[in-house]
Design a protein around this ligand. Structure first.
Ligand SMILES: [Ca+2]
Ligand SMILES: [Ca+2]
Ligand SMILES: [Ca+2]
Length: 584
């Protein structure tokens, strides 16, 4: 049996192949057939994707939890989350089973979100001291949890010392930013749009009496990443944080590093890809196992270029994945795309997309380069898109946790956190719902930064909303405490999925994936093949209707289902409950 299996794997790596459903070894002609043959047992036909990759770095197939620090846990009760608060929740994250944490910006900045750094070498004072930050890193490492920091190198705050010096033409700082005496007339615009709108990106500076380039607005001027002195400064700051013990960086807005002219030369330029390779090489020279993940909101082929044949970035987010999952579960909802363009117009709303996404990832770069996720802090929370449907959230969880790649989980997604409303990013970044107290277990004071007007200077008479919003949700099973006590909760579903993933290399890093287009369109059925044999994933994509489906011969028989630990006898046809996921 073992010999037969290894023969199959070796043969499959030559080409896609199909199976007749019998135990007869396939002949050479069958093996070289690129398309699945129709067999008498139609359930046995499959399509094959051969992966065969070495993926031994810590981040390969890891699960990384994205924390919005201001909203996670507030130890001192001032309404903003902090380092000590996050440290106190590390055991929760260990229990969840994640392998790493991505912190959105923690450097000193004027805004609530911190993406406009003011000081690269100090932590955000609202979050605590450097010693408290270092303690957080050390405590995470004690639990085998890596920590990566959000790094924005494309632009900084106009309040940063460098910009003030450059505006004053101080010696050595003249070219830190991109200055023009006259505003370019046309061709320039927001780099994620083809619309010409020079005023959106070229901003007047009264001190220097010149225009400067700022793709994200006048308060966030772009750094001149073609100047060696700027490159050196940014390398220096990476060294500083790597030496503090951080394990890598999530790189913001990588597509816009070096602009070489108006549209389309404001994004994904040769100079941009070269810049990131220079940065990567520096980071690896300081800490060889540090990881760099790119936020490049684009199609997979474009994103793949940032790998630069293995000299460039380690990983990049797969933005298609979450959009596709939402489309499958809720075709009526369209994701909003901020800061980028998504080429998903042609996306069909069925299980074929899941298969197409796997193939597209493998075609664009090594599979392990891509990092699938459901949503992040720039998108509506998936639970809003799914109208609060816990069954749909469970399907999304099952699809995410059974796909290859470095996975990212946005804080609160594991309990199905939704959001108050749309219209402002703050709603996507709300307080973590720890328990059903008026404070949501966030702190001891029920003070929330979202209710403090000082963080929203652009809003006239900001009205607090979180305390009221949360009051309406208390007692509805939407907290960590409530879901921990419920075996059928989304949180426990995530925990089981993560445990199975962490314990089964074949699930997270198969050598081959076989997709079976079984006779019920609602059912996603794949076989993953690794050194130790096959692992099967069967998911009912329908959240409200049971699905009866034919089971491939090779899967039939008595099996232990890994999520429940139950013994199941798989007959020729089985019925899956709505949203049910089975792993064998
Ligand atoms: Ca605090
Ligand atoms: Ca600050
Ligand atoms: Ca730039």
């Amino acid at each position: 049996m073992k010999r037969l299996l290894s023969l199959f794997i070796a043969a499959s790596s030559l080409a896609g192949c199909s199976e007749s459903g019998t135990s007869t070894p396939p002949n050479q002609n069958q093996l070289l057939n690129q398309t699945p043959t129709s067999a008498t047992d139609s359930s046995a036909a499959y399509q094959s994707l051969v992966i065969n990759e070495d993926a031994n770095a810590w981040w390969h197939n890891a699960i990384i939890y994205e924390i919005w620090p201001r909203s996670f846990q507030d130890a001192d009760g001032d309404g903003s989350g902090d380092f000590n608060g996050m440290t106190s929740k590390l055991d929760y994250l260990k229990g969840l089973g994640v392998n790493g944490i991505w912190l959105t910006p923690v450097f000193e900045a004027p805004s609530y979100h911190g993406y406009d750094f003011q000081d690269f070498y100090n932590v955000e004072s609202d979050y605590g001291t450097m010693a408290e930050f270092e303690n957080f890193i050390a405590e995470a490492h004690k639990r085998d949890i890596k920590v990566i920091l959000d790094l924005v190198l494309n632009h900084i705050s106009d309040k940063h010392d460098w910009f003030i010096k450059s505006a004053n033409k101080e010696a050595g700082y003249e070219d830190y930013f991109i200055w023009r005496d006259d505003r370019p007339e046309s061709g320039w615009g927001q780099p994620w749009s083809s619309e010409s709108n020079p005023a959106a990106v070229w901003h007047w500076n009264e001190t220097r009496k010149a225009y400067y380039y700022g793709a994200f607005g006048g308060s966030q001027p772009d750094l001149n990443l073609t100047k060696q002195v700027v490159i050196d400064e940014l390398n220096k700051l990476a060294t500083f944080w790597l030496e503090k013990g951080v394990d890598g960086f999530r790189l913001d807005a990588v597509r816009y590093a070096v602009e070489e002219g108006g549209y389309p030369l404001q994004a994904d330029t040769k100079g941009t890809i070269d810049y990131w390779t220079i940065f990567t090489q520096h980071v690896k020279s300081i800490k060889p196992d540090a990881m760099l993940v790119a936020e490049a909101w684009a199609d997979l082929n474009t994103i793949g270029k940032y790998r630069d044949n293995g000299k460039g970035l380690d990983s990049a987010f797969d933005f298609d994945f979450g959009t596709m999952v939402v489309d499958i579960l809720n075709p009526a909802v369209k994701q909003s795309a901020d800061f980028g363009t998504l080429g998903n117009n042609a996306m069909q709303q069925n299980r074929e997309n899941l298969w197409a996404n796997l193939q597209a990832r493998k075609a664009a770069a090594p599979m392990n380069y891509f990092s699938p996720f459901l949503t992040n802090h720039d998108q509506n929370r998936i639970m809003l898109s799914l109208n609060g449907d816990m069954n749909k959230a469970k399907i999304a969880a099952s699809l995410l946790m059974t796909t290859p790649g470095t996975l990212y989980l946005y804080y609160g997604e594991e309990i199905g956190m939704s959001q108050y409303k749309t219209g402002d990013d703050q709603y996507r970044r709300a307080i973590m719902q720890w328990n059903d107290e008026p404070s949501a277990g966030f702190n001891s004071t029920a003070n929330f930064w979202l209710d403090q007007g000082k963080w929203f200077p652009w809003v006239q008479n900001h009205e607090g909303w979180f305390a009221n919003y949360w009051q309406g949700l208390q007692g509805k099973g939407l907290s960590v405490a409530a879901q921990s006590a419920d075996a059928n909760s989304l949180l426990n579903h995530y925990k089981r999925l993560i445990a199975v993933r962490n314990n089964n290399p074949t699930l997270k890093q198969p050598d081959e994936i076989r997709y079976y287009p079984v006779d019920n369109q609602d059912v996603w059925l794949v076989e993953k093949i690794g050194e130790t044999g096959s692992l099967w994933v069967v998911i009912n994509l329908n959240s409200s209707t049971a699905a009866e489906v034919q089971i491939p011969n090779a899967l039939q028989g008595a099996r232990t289902e890994k999520l429940s630990g139950k013994e199941i006898n798989l007959t020729e046809r089985i019925t899956l409950q709505p949203a049910e996921a089975l792993i064998f």
